[in-house]
Design a protein. Structure first.
Length: 596
């Protein structure tokens, strides 16, 4: 259910390190009045931006708080389409891997009570720990530096008892020696949950509720103990169809089974998560010494962030600390950030991340606006067009020469655009210019890498990662990727490189895998300014089939949730009476519809 990161996977956590933090001072009343006006304007701008996102499919809740004040707490769209229930700050939804920060706080609470030390090894708490895993400490679990990985055969709803779960985790080979790397694995926190239950004599949820939550008036967070009522639960959607809720899935009598327990799946509300953040900042949950450990940048995540205890830690200008984490299962998504120096809290939840990816970058956008005053991306106003008008624009529009084409198709009442050929792919998906010929070089290199991988030769991929990832690790990850695709699409028959694009500060290449029962896409990210050097595989991927939203009868724009700026697409009659498609870019490019 939760976000995974295996070293060379490109992590989707949102980085705040580029923020310019303003100074907060006790200036004269006039200065404070100006700040109040600025805050009011920022709140209103945020509300307008979110309302426009709502028109193009976003649904969820956003809360922004500074100090004790809630500056914005508002729902957008429907939490339950069948019953027409709107999102509100009191809507209950899963927070996914944000659960890990509660588990980490519970461990530190036990340490404060003298029940354990984070330096303790696993053999103090589990029997029959394999020799290679006896050096793993609770600190290693808390920071994903244990070398453990998740048993792939155990899903979130698998009814596996704790002893069997632990045995299967211990049976897997270590990815690296404990303390010598970073690999995000839910198993780390499920083991911590088992330790919490063993030492407390209580269920994981009951311990959280009694020792962490209720003392701080946090009553709406948990698995089963809060009595929310079904009318308050957000329901998830996939491809327009009801997916339901996490709580609809099989569970034990005291919470989720161990594939999910203590690593994810907790439910909460926006208001309760703000109470949690305020309790942490006020020192009501943990002591100052424990908080120092909790939010310390312990282990590098492989980029500009570090993992603390259940949190990702970023550093802004002047050493300003930002603590953040997200979580989701591809249906639901939640994101949270605390900026202690600015006394700022941002939290969001959505039930439509599968259909609208706006929430992937929304926390970052809101943070930039409230902290640095940066404007939100421009979103044209959407107008309503009759479905017959949209259908009249469908077809294949060909670029001159060997430039490829754009395929426009209807899916229900919605018009989509997709590129065919490398040049068309670049035009549709690039938002910045690359040096001439570079993208085609990346296409060729990616073709050679994937072909070699499928033949069991990982030398090209090893070279592309600059020798940073051991070949054996590359083999394991390729096997996992293949298994993931084939579990849903059947045996892989062939692949092709759809193309490369220059997106926000990096280049991305999309590979399409053809299985016996369908198609799967994977997006690889290249290091900017380095020849043929891979950064990893993007978790959120590059959307290759983009929806076209009308802003007038003949003017449209693409939208992928705000990850890329929208491209404008215009339609106009051609000289021969046919239809032309004109797409924005460095220069406007025209494509002519086949057949007139």
């Amino acid at each position: 259910m939760q976000r995974r990161s295996f070293g060379f996977i490109y992590i989707g956590l949102l980085f705040f390190s580029f923020f310019v933090f303003p100074a907060y001072s006790n200036g004269p009343a006039r200065e404070n009045a100006g700040k109040t006006e600025d805050t009011a304007r920022t709140v209103e701008d945020t509300r307008i931006y979110l309302s426009r996102l709502e028109k193009i499919g976003f649904a969820g809740v956003i809360l922004v708080g500074r100090g004790q004040d809630v500056l914005l707490a508002e729902g957008f769209g429907l939490a339950d389409r069948e019953r027409s229930l709107a999102w509100t700050p009191d809507t209950v939804s899963t927070i996914g891997s944000i659960t890990k920060q509660f588990t980490a706080a519970a461990v530190l609470k036990l340490e404060e009570g003298g029940r354990l030390k984070v330096s303790d090894s696993l053999r103090l708490y589990f029997e029959d720990v394999p020799e290679d895993k006896k050096g793993i400490t609770l600190h290693h679990l808390l920071t994903h530096s244990s070398g453990l990985s998740d048993p792939e055969e155990i899903g979130d709803w698998s009814p596996v008892p704790v002893d069997e779960y632990v045995r299967r985790v211990f049976a897997r080979p270590l990815l690296f020696q404990p303390g010598n790397g970073y690999a995000y694995a839910n198993a780390n926190f499920s083991l911590l949950g088992a330790i919490i239950e063993k030492l407390s004599g209580m269920s994981y949820e009951a311990f959280l509720r009694e020792r962490l939550l209720l003392p701080s008036e946090i009553k709406e967070t948990g698995y089963l103990l809060p009595k929310w009522g079904k009318e308050r639960l957000a329901r998830g959607y996939l491809a327009g169809k009801l997916w339901g809720t996490v709580l609809d899935r099989p569970m034990a009598s005291d919470g989720p089974y161990w594939g999910l327990r203590a690593n994810g799946g907790l439910h909460s509300t926006a208001h309760d998560m703000f109470r949690w953040a305020r309790a942490l900042l006020a020192g009501r949950v943990l002591s100052a010494g424990s908080m120092e450990k909790y939010w310390a940048p312990h282990v590098s995540e492989g980029g500009d962030t570090y993992y603390g205890y259940g949190w990702s830690i970023a550093e802004g200008p002047g050493g300003t600390k930002i603590v953040t984490h997200n979580g989701g299962n591809g249906i639901f998504f939640a994101d949270m950030a605390i900026v202690p120096e600015a006394d700022l809290v941002i939290f969001l939840m959505t039930n439509v991340i599968a259909e609208n990816r706006a929430a992937n970058v929304l926390l970052e956008q809101i943070g930039r606006r409230f902290i640095a005053g940066q404007a939100y991306p421009q979103i044209p106003e959407v107008v309503d067009l009759d479905e017959t008008v949209l259908k009249s624009l469908a077809g294949i529009y060909r670029l001159p020469g060997k430039g490829g084409a754009f395929r426009l198709t209807m899916d229900g009442p919605v018009l989509y655009i997709e590129a065919e050929g490398h040049i068309a792919f670049d035009l549709l998906n690039s938002v910045e210019d690359s040096e001439p010929g570079r993208l085609e070089k990346l296409n060729g290199l990616m073709e050679r890498i994937i072909s070699a991988n499928r033949n069991g030769d990982f030398s090209l991929m090893f070279e592309a990662y600059g020798g940073r990832i051991p070949v054996e690790r590359l083999k394991v990850r390729w096997a996992e990727l293949t298994e993931d695709i084939e579990a849903n699409r059947g045996r892989i028959l062939k692949h092709d490189v759809l193309g490369s694009a220059r997106t926000a500060g990096r280049e991305e290449t999309v590979v399409r895998f053809h299985g016996e029962r369908g198609i799967a896409y994977r997006t690889y990210v290249w290091a900017p300014g380095e020849e043929g050097r891979l950064r990893g595989m993007s978790i959120r991927g590059l959307t290759v089939r983009l929806r076209l939203y009308p802003s007038s009868q003949r003017d449209f724009f693409t939208w992928d949730g705000g990850i890329r700026p929208p491209k404008t697409v215009k339609f106009e009659p051609g000289r021969d009476g046919g239809m032309r498609l004109i797409i924005s870019g460095k220069t406007e490019q025209a494509a002519v519809r086949a057949g007139g």
